[in-house]
Design a protein around this ligand. Structure first.
Ligand code: NAD
Length: 696
């Protein structure tokens, strides 16, 4: 018995180094040291004429050991292990299966040859974590496959499946399983053919400066505000002109500089936060989920169509119920058109689209829903309509079938009370477009059962969604924070900023669009109708801005009517501000006795973002959100908060709680009690603790 993580054995005249470090053979210290020791054995084994580097378990080295992130690394460093592999005097063959990502692929690039089984994937996802490949990836991959293809992998984050990797020359052969045997056979052939080592470092690079410039231009928009992707381009650029050893030194310097940025911390934090969000603190681990084989959606409007597609895309049959045969047919036609669009844009094959479409059946009669295990209602945002739907479902589906509401603002407790089995009711708040947006707020009502939650959280993942649990309140986590953010945008407009200035300040902060442009896109009327239904206005807020409502009263709803805050020509492109806004805002200021003034961009960002952070802290105190990182996941995935800032709560820590609280107090003096620092922030300030210290 050998219980070390890396072992050496010989098969014929091939030395085999095998790592067994479950679950993913991460390249932690023991593995790095183990490979070094095994290489000593292999090199001194005179009967070994070639060496295979392989892994047991479900994957080749899947990357660095993330538990070592942020800690001082212990030698031997990965780069040393890889250099040693590359400098071996015997040919070295990597045997890839599973996901050889990051450091895993870099190890393979240190080997002289690479074989993989058909299911293997390779990639260098470092820039998605705010860093760059730091163990030779930016120097060896361009030497192996050329600069342009390497940039696709390193900057574009492209993962290559075995066949594509073979075609590009990343791997030398696709072999049968077990991959280690395939690699041994490959190595035996090398010996027979007297093929020696073939270090990538000695190869010249196929590429030019124009590939580099092209990448800088191409990625400028996608990575606006980011650092790491551009440092990775710098590193790849060096491969064009410098020998390997020098390139490796530069790569290391760039890696370390990236690793010290807030961007790296933020992206690595978000990586863990997403996994954490799937866990509900007080849900007993052993709670068995209910089986979901059949699904249904009620209401085939904007959201219902998207939700039906989400189920169909995940392989679940779905019955979509509409109010009439015409509405049902119109919805099915719209869905078919949507899939057609994906086929014509090359995103889906016709066969896959047909397969997905075949899982969606239209209905108008509730008896067609009797077999459904999970039903999502997405009918009009009217409580009585929704209550009636739930009561009708109650009458036909199994008593333990789950009923989810996609409501944006209605009280899920009140909706649950419309069922004789309120424990089966919960919110599944999808974002628009439902088949694209990753976020799913799972709303836990007072009576929602553990089974319902234990079913929906893992199901969300199966649907390709990122679930975050929220308690019941007006707007749940995301929209409740959005409301205070919009409130501040409206007030800044009253006080003298223009919508263009406000939108630009927020865009420059990193959101994809400013608050007015977003409302034009989604339809200003959505909020207007909601506020009317809830009676929200001057009675609650003396400085309530009626500007959006006044636009809606003139049927100026945004892009869909060609005019909203901005004017649009031919759809989405704005040709300037709606002059009416510049009339209404000063008139409102006058009416409310607000003095207009010049406002700078810093104030715009602070007021919009700090208001949102303060509301987030209230959500934590009220137990609506479980942990700060859940709020961040909501804002990163549902509202386009810039990931390099980590989300609003992570961002608050980078601003520092002390500064935040002091600014909130100033704003309170100036504008009133809605700026009172949330009690949670005050406590953290007193204890000198960051918000993220509450993540668990
Ligand atoms: N649009 C969004 O961006 C968005 C985002 C998240 C959540 N929501 C929520 O999703 C729900 C639906 O919104 P939408 O934008 O898809 O609305 P929509 O008006 O586009 O669609 C509603 C659909 O429900 C159908 N319908 C109405 N009453 C019905 C009934 N009794 N039985 C069967 N079908 C019925 C209508 O015919 C219509 O097709 C609302 O609760 C809304 O708040 C919307």
């Amino acid at each position: 018995m050998n219980d070390t993580v890396v072992t050496y054995r010989r098969d014929g005249n091939v030395g085999v180094i095998t790592t067994n470090n479950p679950p993913v053979n991460a390249l932690g210290h023991a593995v790095r040291a183990g490979i070094m020791a095994a290489l000593d054995e292999a090199l001194s084994d005179n009967d070994a004429k070639a060496i295979v580097v392989a892994c047991d378990g479900r994957t080749f080295h899947a990357g660095a050991d993330i538990s070592e992130f942020g800690k001082p690394p212990q030698p031997p460093f990965l780069g040393e292990v890889i250099n040693r592999l590359e400098n071996c005097t015997k040919p070295v063959v990597a045997a890839l299966h599973g996901t050889a990502l990051g450091g895993g692929l870099e190890i393979a690039l240190g080997c002289h040859y690479r074989v993989a089984n058909a299911g293997a994937q390779v990639g260098l996802p470092e820039v998605s974590l705010g860093i760059i490949p730091g163990a030779g990836g930016t120097q060896r991959l361009p030497r192996l496959i050329g600069v342009a293809a390497a940039l696709d992998v390193i900057i574009g984050g492209k993962r290559l499946k075995a066949a594509a990797a073979h075609e590009l020359g990343v791997i030398d052969a696709v072999v049968e399983d077990p991959v280690t045997d395939g690699a041994i056979a490959f190595a035996a052939n090398l010996i027979a053919a007297a093929q020696g080592p073939r270090p990538i470092g000695a190869q010249s690079v196929d590429g030019s400066d124009s590939d580099i410039e092209e990448a800088r231009t191409r990625y400028a928009r996608r990575y606006r505000g980011y650092n790491a992707p551009f440092r990775a381009i710098d590193a790849v650029e060096a491969s064009l002109t410098t020998p390997l050893a020098e390139g490796l030194v530069l790569e290391r310097k760039l890696f370390e500089a990236c690793n010290a940025t807030i961007e790296a911390r933020a992206l690595q934090y978000a990586f863990f936060a997403e996994r954490q969000a799937a866990k509900i603190k007080d849900l007993p681990k052993e709670t068995p989920p209910r089986a979901v084989a059949q699904t249904a959606v009620i209401g085939g409007g904007t959201m219902g169509r998207g939700i039906a597609m989400v189920f169909a895309d995940a392989g679940l049959p779905v019955t979509l119920l509409e109010i009439s045969a015409e509405a049902r047919d119109a919805t099915l036609t719209a869905i078919a058109k949507s899939y057609d669009g994906m086929v014509s844009r090359g995103r889906l094959t016709r066969d896959v689209a047909n397969d997905r479409l075949s899982r969606i059946t239209g209905a108008t009669d509730y008896v067609d829903l009797t077999a459904a295990d999970l039903i999502v209602e997405a009918v009009f945002e009217e409580i009585d309509v929704k209550k009636e739907v739930i009561a009708r479902l109650d009458a036909v589906v199994a008593s333990d079938a789950l009923i989810a509401t996609n409501t944006s603002y209605l009280d899920v407790n009140a909706l649950a009370a419309a069922s004789a089995h309120p424990q089966r009711v919960l919110g599944m708040h999808f974002f628009s477009p439902a088949n694209v947006m990753k976020l799913l707020e799972v709303v836990r009502a007072d009576a929602t059962s553990d089974t319902a939650l234990a079913t929906v959280m893992p199901l969300a993942k199966r649907l390709g969604k990122i679930p975050v649990v929220s308690g019941v309140c007006h707007g749940f986590i995301g929209n409740r924070m959005l409301q205070v953010y919009q409130r501040e945008a409206n007030r800044l407009l009253q006080e003298g900023a223009t919508i263009t200035q406000i939108d630009k300040a927020i865009f420059d902060f990193g959101l994809p669009m400013g608050p007015f442009a977003v409302r034009d896109l989604a339809g200003i009327d959505v909020g207007w109708r909601m506020r009317k239904a809830f009676g929200i206005g001057r009675a609650q807020d003396a400085r309530y801005s009626a500007v959006p409502d006044l636009l809606c009263e003139r049927d100026q709803f945004g892009q869909k009517t060609g005019v909203g805050f901005y004017i649009y020509e031919g759809g989405r492109k704005s040709i300037g501000e709606n002059p009416l806004v510049a009339e209404l805002a000063p008139a409102e200021a006058k009416e409310l006795g607000i003095a207009r003034r010049e406002i700078d961009d810093t104030e715009i960002v602070e007021r919009c973002i700090f208001a949102m952070i303060n509301e987030g802290a209230n959500l934590l105190d009220e137990g609506i959100a479980q942990r700060p990182s859940d709020i961040d996941i909501v804002w990163l995935n549902g509202y386009g908060f810039p990931a390099y800032r980590g989300g609003p709560m992570f961002y608050a820590d980078t601003v520092r709680i002390e500064k935040l609280v002091s600014r909130l107090k100033d704003l309170k003096k100036e504008y009133g009690p809605e700026w009172s620092p949330a009690p949670l922030l005050a406590r953290l300030h007193k204890d000198s603790k960051p918000l993220t210290s509450l993540n668990r």
